[in-house]
Design a binder for this molecule. Structure first.
Ligand code: XUL
Ligand code: CO
Length: 433
């Protein structure tokens, strides 16, 4: 045991009336919701990078956090892993997620990076064995190091494409070795700042080809998990190629990958794209590409990806409503891609942030399940579209403009507008919260 979380107890469910900050008020892992335990619906994962690698910087100042593992040595990387697995156990999260650069020291070459990653992967394997914590997904950090400043797959320099491809391979190998259930690609710096120096056509082809190579490699090595893309608009480059779910779907179609790749959808990225989280989830569900979620909350005024821990139950309720309507998670889960505020210096802040996030998700899930089980919302929606279930409605979509016009004339069709009943439905939703 390290002494980082000293005096912080393991968090247990005590129910909504407890006064204990170190207890779950809503997350009761074994409670049955719609036929299965809450823990199997939510499939919580903690993100290694924000919780253990992020130093607390913002555009006006650097590090605020002081952590005993903040140095680029293997010894420090192992201490970081010790503390991380202690946190996973305190919180009783079943999963974690990692980026290569956040778990291993940076080497002086690709070979050294790989050796360092392999060493830490072996260390993770032991810790996972000891604790039973599993890997939800792994990914490659192809954006922090300066070599990636002009992108990874979309870089004008083919050597950077090659370095990136090789790094992705090692991260897929690491994910597979650790039994990871998904492999994630966040677009990172795949985008452009100015058209003046950018060949957009080439860059899109490069990105498409890289993704095809990832899918080919998955099949070659027999990785059973899902490949997930995480859309994000306008950050860090001004124009990102993976703006939102609909944009990525068009990209997947162009490269013949729509049956191979699913979405990892982040709340904060949805907000930056001018959407709501539930909109993005619903689009993915309708297109058959829903995979997993990165759970956080974005500040609505900042214009930046603020990655705050979720604490808004009405929002998480609408999000899990869409997750449940999609049939729930299969390989995916709820990864807290959330970071502390930079003034939240203490070890207890890290624990309490997750406790609040997990409770917020659990309360949202319960409200979503109640909405779905009651069926009033779905009944209202079905009623609104009921005309399309009649023979005349069904026939319309198989008809043509001439026949439809003849029928409109013959029937003297003159539609009477009907209320969309938005406020009534909003009132209904509030009754479940
Ligand atoms: C970037 C972001 C990443 C991804 C994983 O904004 O959200 O943390 O979730 O690479
Ligand atoms: Co983000």
């Amino acid at each position: 045991m390290t002494d980082f979380f000293k005096n912080i107890p393991a968090i247990k469910y005590e129910g909504p009336n407890t006064d204990n900050d170190y207890a779950f008020h809503h997350y009761n892992p074994d409670e049955i919701v719609m036929g299965k335990p809450m823990k199997d619906h939510l499939r919580f994962a903690a993100a290694y990078w924000h919780s253990f690698a992020w130093p607390g910087g913002d555009p006006f100042g650097g590090q605020t956090f002081e952590r005993p593992w903040f140095s680029d040595t293997m010894e420090a990387a192992k201490l970081k892993a010790d503390v991380a697995f202690e946190m996973f156990q305190i919180l009783n999260v079943p999963y974690f997620c990692f980026h290569d650069a956040d778990v291993r020291p940076e080497g002086n070459s690709f070979a050294e990076n790989t050796k360092n990653l392999e060493e830490i992967v072996d260390y993770f394997a032991e810790k996972m064995d000891e604790t039973g914590v599993k890997l939800l997904w792994g990914t490659a950090n192809l954006f922090s190091h300066r070599r990636f400043m002009s992108g990874a797959a979309t870089n004008p320099d083919p050597d950077v494409f090659a370095f990136s491809a090789a790094t992705i391979k090692t991260c897929m190998d690491a994910t597979m070795k650790l039994g990871g259930e998904n492999y994630v690609l966040w677009g990172g710096r795949e985008g452009y700042e100015t058209l003046l120096n950018t060949d957009m056509g080439r860059e899109r082809q490069q990105a498409g080809r890289m993704l095809q190579m990832v899918v080919d490699y998955k099949h070659k090595v027999g990785f059973k998990g899902a490949i997930l893309i995480e859309p994000k608009p306008q950050e860090p480059t001004k124009h990102q190629y993976d703006y939102d779910v609909a944009t990525v779907y068009g990209f997947l179609k162009e490269f013949g990958l729509e049956g191979e790749v699913k979405m990892n959808i982040e709340q904060g990225h949805a907000i930056l794209a001018g959407h709501s989280f539930e909109h993005e989830l619903a689009v993915a569900r309708e297109l058959g590409i829903f995979g997993s979620i990165d759970m956080n909350r974005n500040d609505y005024q900042s214009g930046w990806d603020t990655d705050q821990f979720p604490n808004n139950v009405p929002e998480t309720a609408l999000a899990y409503y869409e997750v449940l309507r999609a049939g729930g998670f299969t390989t995916g889960g709820t990864n807290f891609d959330s970071k502390l505020r930079r003034q939240s210096l203490d070890a207890e802040d890290l624990i309490l942030a997750h406790v609040g996030g997990m409770d917020t998700c659990a309360a949202g899930l319960k409200a979503a399940a109640a909405m779905l089980e009651d069926g009033k919302l779905e009944a209202a929606r079905n009623e609104r579209y009921a005309g399309w279930d009649t023979d005349a409605g069904k026939g319309l979509l198989n008809s043509d403009l001439d026949s439809i016009t003849a029928k409109v004339l013959a029937d003297k069709t003159n539609p009477e507008p009907r209320s969309g009943r938005q406020e009534r439905l909003e009132n209904l939703v509030n009754r479940y919260l």
